[in-house]
Design a protein. Structure first.
Length: 320
């Protein structure tokens, strides 16, 4: 199956910047798209809800202005992440905005819904759905998703536990549509490895936290730069769903990293943290296991340039 038009353009490095809860905003997304990769943000980051329309307008106008000035290297498309879990009371509003603004790519998470997919398809948009298993992948496609994001072991924030080799292999055995791979990818060589396994795109989040355009705190960024895979803890303690977080932020918030639950809890409220105690994502910092490759805080343009260079070098090595 050929890729949809918005995904079939030539990308110097085939990367989707993962939507970072709380952290992604127009500044980061515009920088990603102008650098030549797909930028994304969660609809819930726009607060109050009325700000979502303003954000999408800002991104659309900025990318159009860039394309007018640089027709030889047009910006990549952008995506909006919609949380379709039943606890998201904003979904109806946020989806209406996405449809009215004709967002080119919608990334859905925490549940697959036919009505959401149909709404995006009504104006020609594309839907890619986060999955952590082959079973969830089947359900997403059955309900109308155009593409899949395989969230494998090692991904930052909400993550799967299956090896990327196994997960991509199982999905590609029956699905030939758009596929992105997430999980500890932080270098251009990692992007090429994802492609070699069968993914069309690599899905990177953590490396973009340590960029100047990201609105993460300086302390968070420095922890990413200083960290390695040993500093990542997987737990369901903070949202009810398994995720990977920086150990330092867990300790700072008063928890013992060695005694946290790893299995998904029975209840989850993605939008509302407990009234007291540390807040998920704000005080407990998500991070993937690939942070050992992140050595400094740079601009998005510099990060994407590094990924392109490493991607090209890795292809050249394989050609020998």
């Amino acid at each position: 199956m050929p890729l949809p038009a918005i995904l079939s353009r030539r990308f110097d490095v085939p990367v989707i910047g993962a939507p970072l809860f709380i952290l992604s905003d127009p500044k980061l997304v515009i920088a990603q798209c102008v650098a030549g990769i797909i930028g994304a943000f969660p609809a819930l980051n726009a607060r109050p809800a009325s700000q979502l329309d303003e954000w999408i307008h800002e991104i659309t106008e900025a990318l159009a202005a860039h394309d007018k000035l640089h027709p030889e290297r047009p910006a990549a498309p952008f995506a909006v992440n919609q949380i379709v879990h039943r606890t998201n009371e904003r979904l109806e509003h946020d989806l209406e905005v996405a449809v009215r603004r004709k967002v080119p790519l919608v990334i859905t998470s925490l549940g697959a819904r036919e009505d959401v997919n149909a709404a995006v398809h009504s104006y020609g948009g594309i839907v890619m759905h986060d999955v952590i298993s082959d079973a969830f992948a089947h359900k997403a496609v059955e309900k109308g998703a155009d593409g899949l994001i395989a969230v494998a072991a090692g991904a930052g924030g909400h993550a799967g536990k299956i090896s990327p080799f196994a997960l991509v292999q199982e999905i590609r055995a029956w699905f030939d549509g758009p596929l992105a791979l997430s999980g500890a990818i932080a270098t251009g060589a990692g992007v090429l490895a994802a492609r070699a396994m069968g993914a069309d795109f690599a899905y990177l989040g953590t490396p973009f936290i340590a960029t100047r355009e990201c609105r993460a705190s300086e302390e968070y960024k420095q922890a990413i730069v200083a960290g390695a895979s040993k500093d990542i803890v997987g737990t369901s303690q903070f949202t009810g769903v398994f995720g990977n977080y920086l150990k330092a932020s867990i300790v700072k918030s008063g928890f013992d990293p060695d005694t946290l639950p790893t299995e998904n809890l029975k209840t989850m409220d993605f939008q509302k943290a407990a009234a007291d105690g540390p807040k998920p994502w704000k005080d407990i910092w998500g991070s993937g296991q690939g942070i050992g490759a992140i050595k400094e805080i740079v601009s998005v343009a510099e990060l994407v340039a590094r990924l392109k260079r490493e991607y090209s070098d890795a292809k050249a090595r394989l050609a020998l």
